[in-house]
Ligand binder design. Structure first.
Ligand SMILES: Nc1ncnc2c1ncn2[C@@H]1O[C@H](COP(=O)(O)OP(=O)(O)OP(=O)(O)O)[C@@H](O)[C@H]1O
Ligand SMILES: Nc1ccn([C@@H]2O[C@H](COP(=O)(O)O)[C@@H](O)[C@H]2O)c(=O)n1
Length: 207
């Protein structure tokens, strides 16, 4: 029997990796884990006064349910602060690796999936876009939800998170050496999904 099929998708905030991951998972019948949600859940616990390392060690699936709060800008910033703590990252490794080994195959998206969590993944994608494009997309997304945060503030948030994620010592945001880069700055959602789907489909055919 062949090994479970794992797709690792990394990239900076609002680059479109979640959109691509969901579409690829649906297209090929794979399970999907947005690993950012784990860090967001720990970040929210920290905002509630709980020690982030203890929160990470005690994290359960139920902690990922409150997507309304977890998807907000406050949770995102808190996530990138707890994500610099090596003990927090270590506490989340087993859950992610167990998910990646699911029998039916899996897509995981985050910052260190292709480099640290699943360096053996069959497909590694690194999804990027300029900070301005990413901030504009996130601004539109927030506005559609009734959040009136100014676009300049969203851009500042994206830039601050990029810096914290790329410059931390523990599992910084990096493309794996064998990752395929997809710059979505000038791609529509359909074009970006189509590019990723083609790469994953070709790899699946070679198994
Ligand atoms: N190629 C694209 N063209 C236009 N909009 C896009 C594109 N890709 C994604 N979007 C939109 O940009 C926003 C951010 O996308 P998405 O949530 O997939 O990014 P992400 O990298 O997963 O973000 P985060 O790191 O914050 O979880 C969403 O509103 C999504 O619909
Ligand atoms: N594998 C990961 C995933 C996420 N992070 C940190 O969490 C923050 C929120 O992630 P989103 O994908 O939901 O934007 C992100 O800024 C990272 O700091 C991580 O370190 N590793």
């Amino acid at each position: 029997m062949s090994e479970p099929f794992t797709v690792a998708i990394d990239g900076p905030a609002a680059s479109g990796k979640g959109t691509i991951s969901r579409a690829v998972a649906a297209r090929f019948g794979l399970a999907h884990l947005d690993t950012g949600l784990l860090y967001r859940a720990v970040g929210v616990r920290m905002l509630d006064g709980i020690d982030p390392v203890e929160a990470a060690q005690a994290l359960t699936r139920a902690d990922l349910a409150d997507e309304g709060r977890l998807r907000g800008a406050e949770a995102a910033q808190a996530a990138s602060k707890v994500a610099v703590i090596p003990e927090v990252r270590a506490a989340l490794v087993d859950f992610q690796r167990a998910f990646a080994r699911r029998a039916g195959g899996a897509v995981l998206d985050g910052r260190d999936i292709g480099t640290v969590i699943c360096p053996e993944a069959e497909v590694k994608l690194f999804v990027t876009a300029s900070a301005e494009v990413r901030a504009h997309r996130r601004y539109l997304e927030l506005r559609a939800k009734g959040d009136e945060t100014a676009e300049e503030a969203v851009l500042a948030d994206v830039i601050a998170r990029d810096a914290r994620d790329s410059e931390r010592a523990a599992a910084p945001l990096r493309a794996a050496g064998d990752a395929i880069r997809i710059d979505t700055s000038h791609l529509s959602i359909d074009e970006a999904v189509e590019t990723a789907t083609r790469v994953v489909g070709e790899r699946l055919k070679q198994r």
